[in-house]
Structures are given as C-alpha cells and as structure tokens.
Write a protein that binds this ligand. Sequence first.
Ligand SMILES: NC(=O)C1=CN([C@@H]2O[C@H](COP(=O)(O)OP(=O)(O)OC[C@H]3O[C@@H](n4cnc5c(N)ncnc54)[C@H](O)[C@@H]3O)[C@@H](O)[C@H]2O)[C@@H](O)CC1
Ligand SMILES: Nc1ncnc2c1ncn2[C@@H]1O[C@H](COP(=O)(O)OP(=O)(O)O)[C@@H](O)[C@H]1O
Length: 540
Amino acid sequence: MNVYTADSIRAAEAPLLASLPEGDLMRRASYGLYIHVLDEIRRRCGTVYGSHILLIVGAGDNGGDTLWAGTYLRGKGAAVTAVLLNPDHTHAAGLAALRAVHGHVIPLPPEETDLSANTALTAAIHTTDLALDGIVGIGGRGPLREPASTVIGLLDDAHVPIVSVDIPSGIDPDTGVRHAPHVHPVATVTFGALKPCHVLAGPSCGRISLVDIGLDLSGETPVMQVLSDADVAAQWPIPGASDNKYTTGVVGVCAGSAAYPGAALLTVSGAAHASSAMVRYTGSVSDLVLSHRPDTVCTGSPKQAGRVNAWIAGPGMGTDEGAYDRLSWILKQEVPIVLDADAITLISNTPELMDKRPRDAVTLLTPHTGEFLRLCTSYPETPHYPLPTSVADIERMGRPAAVTACQKAWENQGITISILLKGRTTYIAGPGGVFVEDTGSSWAATPGSGDVLTGLIGAIVAHGMVVGRSVEESAAMAVRVHSRAALLAAMGGQTWHTLDYVVDEGAQLPHGAPVTASEISLSISAAIRDVQAGGEDTLQ
Ligand SMILES: NC(=O)C1=CN([C@@H]2O[C@H](COP(=O)(O)OP(=O)(O)OC[C@H]3O[C@@H](n4cnc5c(N)ncnc54)[C@H](O)[C@@H]3O)[C@@H](O)[C@H]2O)[C@@H](O)CC1
Ligand SMILES: Nc1ncnc2c1ncn2[C@@H]1O[C@H](COP(=O)(O)OP(=O)(O)O)[C@@H](O)[C@H]1O
C-alpha cells in the first residue's frame, strides 16, 4: 500500500474540491468516519442509542469532519457534546448542522486558563463513552497549543477512549514525530490514503481504518510503501517445477567468531528457513554450525565459498584483523551485500573499506539505533541535512530525516548505501524504494533476534536478485516474516485469526510469553505459512 504526504493528499483533493458541490468531499469523509465510529461505540457500549459522545473540535476542516460525524451520530440517538477549542474559528456548516440536531456545545473561551475548573467540560469528559479527536488533521504543525494540550491531559486522566480523525493530534502527519502531549487513540480513521505518521508512528495510532473518498492519487508519488501479507506471500520464494537448490537464490553468510559463536548459528538458521536454496557459511565456527544445521555448506574463507547471489557479513564476526580481511574481500564482490552488527562497526570506524565496493553494487546496512548513530559519525554532515547524534535526536527529527542525513553524508563521499533502521517501527530506505514495517509487537527485541533477521534478509535479497526485486523490498518482506515469527513464538503458535483479534485490540498483546532468538528462527516456517494464510491487509 502506498503512503502519501499531506501535500500529495491536498494536491489530489484539489480537483475534487473544484468539481464537487461544496461540502461534498467533507461529507464523504465524515460519513465514512461515522460508520467506523458506530462500530466502535457498538463494540464498547452495545448500542449507540443513549451513548455519550464527545467531539473535540479544532479550528480547521478536521474539526468540520468531526462535527458532521457527530451530527450523524445524533441521528442514531447518541448524546453528542462538542468542545470547541477555538470558538471563533469553528467549521461553520458543521457546527450549524450539529446545533440543528440539538447537539450540545461547550465553547472554550481563549481567556479561560483553568480548564479543570470548567464544570461543563469536566462533567462531559467524565460521562463520555467515546471521544472524537478532531483537533488537527493534516494541517497540524508542531506541538499542540493550548487549550488542546490541556484537554488531552484531562481526557488521558479520565481514561476516555478516543478515535482520532485522520491523524492522532500531536503526531506530525509527515514525519510521525510524536510531540508531547499527543492523543493516544484506540483507533484512527483516515481518509484517501495512509500518511507517513500512520506507519512511522503506527503503534501510537491504534487500529487504523481507511475511508475511500474518491481521491485519484495516480499523479502523486508515494513517499513510502507498506507491504500487505498478500504482497509478501505472492513474492516469497516457493520452488517451482524447474527450480533446484541454486535457482531461488544462494546466500553466503560470514558471521560468528570464537567470542560470538551463536551469532553464526542464528544467522544461518534465519537464512536456511527463509528459502529452499543453499546457504553457504564461512567463518571460524563451522563445527557448531554443522552440528545444528548439517544442511549448510561450510568453507574456511569467503573466497572458497563459491557462487552466491548475495552476501551477509557481520553478526558476531568480530572486528579483528581476520574479520577486517574477510569483510574487505566480500565488499569487492558485485553481488548485493547485507551488513549488520560488527560489519557496521568496522565500516563506521574504517569507512575507507567501502572504497573497495564496486560503485554500482548494492549495500544494505541493517543497524539498530546504536549502530546507526555510529554510522552517522563516519563522515561530516552535508549542508541542510543535520546528522543525529543521539536517540533523542532521531525521535525529534523522525526516522526518514535521520536516515536521509546519514545517506547524504555517505553519498557526499561517492558511496550509496541503503539503510534498514531496526526497531518496533523498522524503516528501510535506498535507491530501490522506501518501506516501513511496524513489527506489531516487541517480542523480537531479544538478543540474537537481529542475527536471525539478517539471515532472513540475506536469503530474500539473494532471491530478489534472481527475480529482479529491490533489496529494500526484499528486506521489508523479511522483516514482516521475522516479526510474525516472533509473535507466533510468543503466542504459542496461534493462528492468523488470533492475530487479527490482537491487532483489533489496538496492537497490545493480551498474552504471550518471552521467546529466545532460537525460537524465533524455529517459527519462521510457521510465520511464512501464516502470512500466506493471512493474505490480506489488516486495514479495514
Ligand atoms: N479539504 C477537504 O475538503 C477535506 C479535508 N478533510 C479534513 O480536513 C483536514 C485538514 O483540514 P485543514 O487544512 O483545515 O487543517 P486541520 O484541521 O488539520 O488543522 C488546521 C487548523 O489547526 C490549527 N493548528 C495547526 N497546528 C496546530 C497546533 N499545533 N496546535 C493547535 N492548533 C493547530 C491551525 O491553526 C488551523 O486552524 C484533514 O485532516 C481532514 O480531516 C476531509 O474532510 C477530506 C476532505
Ligand atoms: N521495541 C523494540 N525495540 C527494539 N527492537 C525491536 C522492538 N521490537 C522489535 N524489535 C526487533 O528486534 C530485533 C532486534 O535486533 P538487534 O537489536 O540487532 O538484536 P541483536 O543484535 O541482539 O541480534 C530487530 O529485528 C528489531 O526490529
């Protein structure tokens, strides 16, 4: 699914706004919103009639959508109260419609400073079953101003469930940066297309629903993509009638050392479960690898490994001279390379290593935040692209800007790198596209799980070389299966239908038990089957 910036959405809205009768587009959006809110109320209260709905209404069209949805809810017998954050700049037609159906209105005068003393407001908050966040949508910029930020605090204190209209207010639509405070919705109903915040700050949006308002986005360039289970399933390497052990993509793995032998095994396991093709291992712990994975083809040095479609280097390989030499050799190869862990450290400390890389060969680095920050110290920043120096910097500027700044610094030295920045939201960017994966749970945040992921990525990148798919898309496919494997392992192998329920409940797991990286690797096959069975988007 394509993701578009707020500007692209506005550009696609323009011809519709010009051609449709006034207010028509907003009514499409607000009617779609109303349908989703009906569901949410029924789920929570059983019936809409007699439920109490609070509308938090900002000064723009986002507030207009909210007022119209509230008007439709009145028609179903809900008691609807609108809190106007900026009474002089409220969407006039929406407000008139709500008043016409006897909706209750609480204007907050700008001079009112102590909102906790506003008894009408506090009573409305304490009796409400559900609130609609219509504070800001794609017009929101920067941290929320007063009185919005205080009202959010009051709603949080009263534990009011909130449905956000288009965007959770306080989260930047285009960067996903979470300002303080921001709304913590149970669900977000968005219009036309997903915006970056829905994927970059996915866990902060609750369940996301997309309302079709007839936008034609074919003239707009998507800023990033999210794969569906169906996309991943359709492209996963399934051997066909004429395939053999080489044809679905052979991967070479350079990992592990006397200090970190387990990393080799975990990486090889990740690769071996990803596809039916051969996995070639090179490193100092072949005995351990072979004792657990006799299907692996082992050699003492990468030079002896034979032909591969992609190389992996890094997990647990160390940073000594031997590791340096092995990495140097691998970097000279034309095939795509996936660099993780120690290879990232080596590259960060000795960036000249990358001078050996053929200029048009693809290099995907898969750092966690700490490794990424190390990578950002290798070269000076380019003008207009400040480099992050701390985790707080990354959070403040957002992952896309942080990754772009790092890539620009390297590009300035004539080196193109693709980056997969790990975390609950994994962001992948390079010349072959920009992809985002919300891992859906944090069960994968356990030692060695990154090694399993690197193995999976390497195998799917090798397959991608055979079928002509970008490393970025291959990596996104691998992340999807890795996070599903972690979830399945944690949930005791429950099926897609259970997972669907989990997503419905706002991405919080109701149960599950911690898992090890080894168990994640052993759940990869089940995860591939689950992705194939899911076969559809979780969006409604
Ligand atoms: N153009 C249209 O006809 C459509 C627009 N739609 C809705 O319209 C929204 C966009 O409407 P607008 O362009 O009016 O913008 P918004 O309603 O998102 O926000 C603009 C208002 O919020 C205020 N604001 C911005 N940042 C703020 C902050 N940090 N703290 C407090 N207030 C802040 C601005 O001063 C302005 O008054 C969409 O998100 C969507 O909900 C939908 O109805 C679809 C159709
Ligand atoms: N909340 C989270 N925080 C950090 N990582 C997470 C989280 N949830 C899932 N993950 C995933 O867990 C894995 C951890 O990888 P990494 O940090 O490289 O571990 P290791 O180096 O121990 O193998 C990555 O795939 C990452 O995306």
